[in-house]
Design a protein around this ligand. Structure first.
Ligand code: ATP
Length: 299
């Protein structure tokens, strides 16, 4: 096991931010760590990195505690972006690279490559404060990646990036995984997690409430969506028993159901209203699962 957390608990005073958390992440896995605001994600990352001490439990990276000695193996993109506004991009990245054990020449080479790859070579000698928020974010991403870490911990890596930059960063992260790195990231964008992660956890108030492979998480949810496109009014279908939730739109409606029989009833009832354009039983999205598991209490 590359990264292992056993019964990890963190309390702030009498408030429990992380509650007996267990995680097992194998080498080369892209792992999604999900939870509502305040669920305990950042606190967990800080404990993994040794920036906060757990009150209980064990954390091991390749069997060892993460410390100054292992820090060259780790890349961290913190949630609070912390670059020095007055320092120039290259100077700053050299400094951060050296902290991770790189020599200056290697750092410079890596910086040039990454600035080029992220299409921002023109900012090399600009002060960080002169860059837009999204471009500052890219520089911080470079700081997390430039020393070629084996474990990457990314706290909301896509926040603040435009769609083109999101794709660029996704590709870079996938390349790291393909080269054998282990990646743990948090995101509130369920579509990104669905696209990238093989494994995931959802935590709620510091406790793990869902974990496993994306496929198993979807299967064990036990609900499906029935999507019907029709030019006719489908609101009569809402009365059918066994519908857990429904969303109508101009195109038709999506019904969440537990029993497959309800899908047949929906089809029959929809056809009574008029011809339909599309009928499909879909697996639930991660968004559906997240909302069903944490949404009610969250609201
Ligand atoms: P978000 O999605 O909003 O970033 P998160 O899942 O990363 O949330 P954390 O930042 O880990 O959440 O916070 C978990 C809980 O612990 C929150 O209720 C927060 O207020 C509390 N907390 C975090 N750090 C401290 C601290 N230093 N002192 C007291 N409480 C803290």
């Amino acid at each position: 096991m590359a990264l292992q957390l056993e019964n990890v608990t963190k309390r702030f005073g009498n408030f429990t931010a992380v509650d007996h958390l267990n995680l097992k992440i194998e080498k080369g896995t892209m792992y999604g760590f999900l939870g509502a605001n305040g669920a305990g994600k950042t606190t967990t990352f800080r404990m993994i990195l040794g920036l906060l001490n757990a009150n209980e439990g064990q954390i091991a990276w390749n069997g060892k505690t993460i410390s100054y000695a292992t820090s060259p193996e780790i890349g961290y993109l913190p949630e609070e972006r912390g670059l020095y506004p007055k320092m120039k991009v290259e100077e700053q990245l050299i400094f951060l690279g050296e902290l991770r054990g790189m020599n200056k020449a290697d750092a410079k080479r890596a910086i040039d490559q990454w600035l080029e790859r992220f299409e921002v070579p023109q900012y090399k000698n600009k002060k960080v404060e002169e860059l837009s928020k999204g471009n500052q974010q890219k520089i911080q991403v470079i700081a997390a990646l430039m020393h070629d870490p084996k474990l990457l911990i990314l706290d909301e890596p896509f926040s603040g990036l435009d769609p083109v930059n999101v794709e660029m960063l996704k590709k870079a992260i996938i390349d790291f995984r393909n080269n054998g790195a282990t990646i743990l990231f948090s995101s509130h964008r369920m579509d990104h997690v669905e696209e990238l992660c093989e494994e995931l956890s959802i935590i709620h108030k510091g406790k793990q409430i869902v974990s496993g492979s994306l496929r198993d998480v979807k299967r064990s949810f036990g609900r499906q969506n029935v999507r019907i496109r029709s030019d006719y009014d489908l609101t009569n279908l809402d009365r059918i028993r066994g519908i857990l939730s429904v969303a109508h739109s101009v195109e038709g409606a999506v019904f969440q159901i537990e029993e497959e029989d309800v899908a047949n009833e929906l089809l029959t009832a929809a056809l009574k209203e008029g011809p339909i354009r599309h009928f499909e039983i879909e697996e639930p999205s991660l968004q559906d699962i997240f909302i069903a598991k944490v949404g009610k209490e969250h609201a």
